[in-house]
Structure formats: C-alpha cells, structure tokens
Design a protein around this ligand. Structure first.
Ligand SMILES: [Zn+2]
Length: 276
C-alpha cells in the first residue's frame, strides 16, 4: 500500500509489561503500523529470540525497524573503536533483519577535530565493509544513517545523501526535527520540499517511495538539538511536513520520537489521514 505508516521509537509506554513482543501487540491495539526496536544501549536480543518477534509482527502486520547503539563512531581516532563500531553495526543489522526489520537506523559518528570532508571519507570507508558483508551474507536490510541534530555530529543533509549514494545497501533516515534543530531553519513546506528534492537528486525518485523518517517535537540552541519534546510543546511544523510528504507521494515508515511516544505517533497518523 502506498503512503506513510506510523510507529513508535521503542515499546509504547502504555504497554503493560515492557517486552518487544508486548510492544508489537500494543502498537497494533493502538491502531499504529510500526515500531522501531531500540538497540540504542546494546543489542539486547539473541538470534533465537528473533523468531517469535518476526512471526508476531508478520501476523499483526506491524512493520519493524531498529536503531543501532548510540556509541558508534566510524570516525574514531582509535582503531579499536572503529572495529567495535563495525562489529556493533553488523550485529544490530543482522539481529534486526532476523526480526524482520527492513531498516537499521544508526549515527555514523562525530567530526572531532577533522574537517567535514576528512570525516566523510573515514566514515564512508569504515562503513562500506559492513554493508558489503551484510549483502554478501544475504541479510535484506537497509543501513540507514540518520540526519543528525547537532553541528558536532556527522550527518547534515547532503553528507547523508552522498554517503547513501556512494555505498550500496545504504538509504537515509531523515530526521526532519533534527535537521530543523541543526540548522534553525527547515520548518516550512517549501523547505521540506527542498529537502525531498535534494534526496531525489542524490538517490532517485524511488527513494521517496522507500523512506524512513523520524519526527518529534524538539528544543534546540545554535549548536543544534537540546532535547526532544512533545509536538504540542515545540515549534516543529509537522502539519506542513506531512502535507509536503503527501503531496510528493512519499511512502515509508514514520517513527515518532517524542517523549510521549504513542500519543504523538497517533497525532501524526491522524493528522496525515485528515489531510483532504
Ligand atoms: Zn537516532
């Protein structure tokens, strides 16, 4: 089915007992379509645990994605940190794929003292072997570097798009709230439209039909993201974003990262479907 699906970043708060499977049940009960499994503090699942998750999500038609650990840095100075990042990205992607997830979100790293172009080259060269290994081993999952919210963190819009255009198996996670926080702009229909056009320029129109999107309310300073907020407490213009996504015929999964998780995920879904 064309169009956008909506889900939560992790297990909904209103889930009685917080397990991945209960979370999938709760997402379905709420009338949502998807859930991002949070490996952000570690890959908490072993391979045998993935089977029931995949079977349940298929049964309830809940689309899964996953988020890799926060502490990856493919531009680390220390060789062992790069190796650890590669191992964790591989392990997260493999586990997510066994769960039936089609996308793995990750943060490529930090510029540290490097120029953006030097950081870009290191990050590209260190991610590529992981993408190649996953493809060779036959795991059908897209690695999705995320547009970042902080100016110190690799991942402005064009860097992210260029990375995805260079490495087969990569597609972007567009966190529109992050980009608004990072730039202090990009909060209107025409600016959202520009972002989507940029994406299509780098990756082709087909990328608009296979999107992975993060949205939340957000608080920010000139340095970028401070913290996530609920949409009602934030200036983020989600209505014009949803309108723009609809007008461009975008399809894919929208994951809500607001602190209230399922409440804003439902607000986003209802708003999207109320657009005449
Ligand atoms: Zn993230």
């Amino acid at each position: 089915m064309a169009g956008l699906l909506f889900g939560t970043a992790g297990i909904p708060y209103s889930t009685p007992k917080h397990t991945t499977q209960n979370g999938i049940h709760r997402v379905a009960e709420l009338g949502l379509d998807g859930m991002e499994i949070e490996f952000v503090r570690g890959v908490y699942m072993k391979a045998p645990d993935t089977n029931p998750v995949r079977i349940l999500s298929e049964l309830l038609r809940i689309k899964l994605s996953a988020h890799a650990p926060y502490y990856l840095n493919f531009n680390a100075v220390e060789e062992n940190k790069v190796k650890m990042s590669q191992h964790l990205l591989y392990q997260s992607a493999k586990t997510a794929s066994l769960c039936g997830a089609g996308s793995l979100v990750f943060h490529p790293g930090f510029y540290l003292t490097d120029s953006p172009s030097a950081a870009y080259e290191a990050i590209r060269d260190n991610i590529r072997p992981v993408a190649e290994r996953l493809q060779k081993e036959g795991f059908p999952i897209s690695l999705r570097p995320e547009v970042s919210g902080k100016v110190t963190q690799f991942g402005d819009l064009k860097e992210t798009m260029a990375l995805c255009s260079e490495i087969p198996g990569l597609l972007p996670t567009i966190d529109f709230s992050h980009y608004h926080a990072r730039t202090g702009k990009f909060n209107s229909y025409s600016e959202f439209s520009f972002m989507l056009t940029t994406m299509a320029d780098y990756l082709g129109e087909s990328a608009l039909k296979n999107m992975h999107i993060h949205i939340s309310g957000i608080d920010y300073s000139p340095r970028g993201e401070r913290q996530h907020l609920n949409l009602a407490e934030s200036d983020f213009n989600y209505k014009e974003l949803l309108l723009c996504l609809r007008d461009k015929g975008c399809a894919g999964l929208v994951i809500c990262e607001s602190p209230n998780l399922e409440e804003d995920a439902l607000l986003l879904k209802e708003t999207y479907f109320s657009l005449a």
